[in-house]
Design a protein around this ligand. Sequence first.
Ligand code: SUG
Length: 444
Amino acid sequence: MKQFEANFDGLVGPTHNYAGLSFGNVASYSNAAQASNPKAAAKQGLLKAKALADLGMVQGVLAPQERPDLYTLRRIGFSGTDSEVIQKAAEQAPALLNACCSASSMWTANAATVSPSADTRDGKVHFTPANLVDKLHRSIEPLTTGSILKATFNNDRHFKHHLHLPEHANFGDEGAANHTRLCSDYGKAGVELFVYGQSATNPNAPKPNKYPARQTLEASQAVARLHQLEDESCVFIQQNPDVIDQGVFHNDVISVGNQNVLFYHEQAFLNTEAKFAEIRQKMNSEVHFIKVSTDQVSIDDAVKSYLFNTQIITLPNGEMAIIAPTNCQENPAVFAYLNQLVTLGTPITQVKYFDVKQSMQNGGGPACLRLRVAMNELEIEAVNQHTIMNDSLFTRLNSWVDKHYRDSLTVADLADPQLIIESRTSLDELTQILKLGSVYQFQK
Ligand code: SUG
C-alpha cells in the first residue's frame, strides 16, 4: 500500500493581527502594534499550500477558529449583547480582548501531536490537541481544535482523537512543534522524537532563565502513552535552555526532521551525542544527522530567518526539498548555507522559497503553518475530502478570502463590533465549503 506524509495547513483567520502576545517569541514582540493584512496573510498561506499540492504532495487545510472568542469573554464576566461584550472588554481589559482576538490557530504545528498508525499499538492514527497553556491567547484553542480535527479526520476506524492534556503548567504541551518522527519509510514503524523544554516535576533539572519553556517532559510522556507508542520507538530529548532564552520558543525553530534526516543546529539540544546514539539504536537503519554549526549560522540568524522552521518534504521522485521562507534568502549567512546544503550529497537536493511574511512577523514560518499526518492510501481516503487542496478548492478559498477579509487590521480595530459579524459570516461559509458541520458550536 502506498504511504504519504500529508501536510494540513492552517487557514489564516480574518482577525490576523500583531498584538505582541507571545513573550519569548521575538518576532511577535518586536512587531507588536503594527498593522497587519489578513487578506495577504491568508493568500500567502494558500499559495504555499497550493504549491505543495502542485508538487504532488497530499495537502489539506484546517479551518481557523472563531475570533473574537465571545465564549471566553463571557466566561470571564463580560455580559450583554455581543457588541456590548466587545465594547466593555475593549474599555476595561484591552489585553484580554486582544488575547481573545488572535488568529493563532493558523499555526497548526501547534494544533496537535499526531502519531501515524505504523507506530501505534492499535494501528490507528492518534491525535492529541495541544493544550497551549503557556499563553492565554493560545490556551483557548484546544477544544475547538479537537472539533476541527474530528471533522477533518472523521472516521473512527482509522483515527483516534484524544482530549487535550490537563490544563496545568506541569502538562504544558505545544503539539507537533516539539515532535518529529524519523523513519526509513512513512509506512514503517519509526522513532518519535519528543523535544521538551523542562521537566516540571524535577526542580533541579535544567531550564531557561529568561523565557518560558512551553513544553514539559511530563506532557510529552503523556502523549506517548495516549498514542500507544512502544518505549522502543520513543526518544525524549531536552531542548538546550540557553537557546530558549535566545528566542527559540519551540523545537521547530531550531531543528526539523523528515524520514531519515534530522536537520539541526549544534546548540539545539542537551546531551546531543547520547541522545543521537539512542536514536540510531532505536531506528535500526541509517539516519542522516545534518548539523549546522554556530560558525555557519548563529542562533540569532536562525531565529530571524527561520532556517529550521522549514518543511523538509519527500517529493514523489524520492528527492527531498526544503520549503523555506523568503526571509532565508534575505539573510546572507543563511542563504549561503542553503546554497551549499543542496550540494553536500545529503538527501536534500533543492530549496523552494515562499513569502509567508505576514505569518513570520508573528513568529510563524512555513513549518508552523502545517500539521503533518503520515497516512496510507486507505487512511487518506477516510479523510474529509473537502479539506484536500486542489485547483477548485484553491480558487474557492481565494474568492472566499477576497469576499470576507480586510486588507488592514490594527490592534485598535479589534474593538470594532463588526469584526465578529465578519468572522462569523466568513466561517459559516467556510464550514460549508469544507463540509465540517458545527465545529464552533460550543463557543456560542
Ligand atoms: O505561539 N505566535 C505564535 C507562533 C507559533 C509558531 N509555531 C511554531 N513554531 N510551531 C506563538 O508564539 C503571536 C500572536 C500575537 O502576538 O498576536 C503568536 O501567537
